[in-house]
Design a protein around this ligand. Structure first.
Ligand code: C2E
Ligand code: CA
Ligand code: CA
Ligand code: CA
Length: 278
């Protein structure tokens, strides 16, 4: 692994070797996982606080590992980024999310926005627009139903190329959100430079709502900031009623979290929707 490079590895070699070979093994498995169709997407609903309606879903990657069971992205995303495997994996995610979105649209489940997490290295490359165009064309999903979630790290550089790509995406009708807002960097100036639609308040702030006055202050500030900049604001990680009522009181637009549903497979989500609506 790259992190073992340099001159210091010898000191840790005895401890690290098992882990390093474990990593190498995981990498081999990860390389084959796409062709063996071991990746799946789970979906978590996003709810409009004014209408109570489900307005969207976030697609979250899972690896159905043959031995280890269902793996959350935390256990393999780092390696996927390091090896560049994240590029083909995320291309699959984009295509699969659009395919599923179009299928739900066709089945009359409702006008759902489908949000896909973009990897920083994928977005920094040229050609994201053509990946997105291809996924939309192949699936037939309406471009306005697709949302891409970007992290603050992608936006920090004020990169001209990235602004250009984002403008092309916007002209297609695709919407763009900032994920984990508030956790990355203190610079807010990028909010003015990019064609954004939504801020997603990180769940760490939502978690402490009600117990930590500073969390409430931060949430309130993000909501106000977003609205002043004509952005929608979604709060992530809502688990409890009191968080929900505080967010409603503060004028937050949308929420997402275990309080409504954990991320679940597509067919389970369709069932959940039917029960939620009725
Ligand atoms: P994220 O984009 O911030 O996604 C939200 C994470 O919070 C998800 O973890 C979700 O399961 C979890 N979550 C949602 N509601 C709650 C709640 O009420 N309470 C708590 N405690 N957790 C909640 P997950 O699925 O393990 O994903 C972790 C991260 O992996 C994501 O964070 C995202 O950064 C990344 N990721 C997921 N799917 C993809 C993907 O397709 N491509 C890329 N590049 N990254 C992905
Ligand atoms: Ca996300
Ligand atoms: Ca997030
Ligand atoms: Ca996160």
């Amino acid at each position: 692994a790259k992190s073992l490079g340099g001159g210091t590895w010898r000191f840790f070699a005895a401890d690290m070797r098992p882990r390093a070979s474990q990593t190498a093994h995981l990498e081999t498995e990860l390389r084959g996982a796409l062709s063996r169709r071991e990746f799946v997407l789970h979906y978590q609903p996003q709810i409009d606080l004014r209408t109570q309606k489900v307005v969207g879903v976030e697609a979250l990657l899972r690896w159905q590992h043959p031995q280890r069971g269902l793996l959350a992205p935390g256990s393999f995303l780092g390696l996927a980024e390091e090896t560049g495997l994240i590029l083909p994996i995320n291309e699959w995610v984009l295509n699969e999310a659009c395919r599923q979105g179009a299928a739900w649209e066709a089945s009359g489940l409702g006008d759902l926005r489908v949000a896909v997490n973009m990897s920083p290295i994928q977005f920094k490359r040229q050609g994201v627009e053509s990946l997105v165009k291809d996924a939309l064309r192949a699936s037939g999903m309406r471009p306005t139903s697709l949302e891409l979630e970007l992290t603050e790290g992608i936006l920090l550089g004020h990169d001209e190329q990235i602004v250009k790509q984002m403008n092309v995406l916007r002209s297609l009708g695709v919407t763009l959100s900032v994920d984990d807002f508030g956790t990355g960097y203190s610079s807010l100036s990028y909010l003015r430079s990019f064609p954004l639609h939504r801020l997603k308040i990180d769940r760490s702030f939502v978690q402490d709502l009600g117990s930590d006055p500073s969390a409430l202050a931060i949430v309130r500030t993000i909501i106000d900031l977003g609205h002043i900049l004509h952005l929608q604001v979604l709060a992530e990680g809502v688990e409890a009623e009191h968080q929900l009522s505080l967010l409603r009181l503060e004028g937050c637009d949308e929420v997402q979290g275990y309080y409504f549903s954990r991320p679940i497979p597509a067919d389970a989500f369709a069932v959940w929707m039917m029960q939620y609506v009725s």
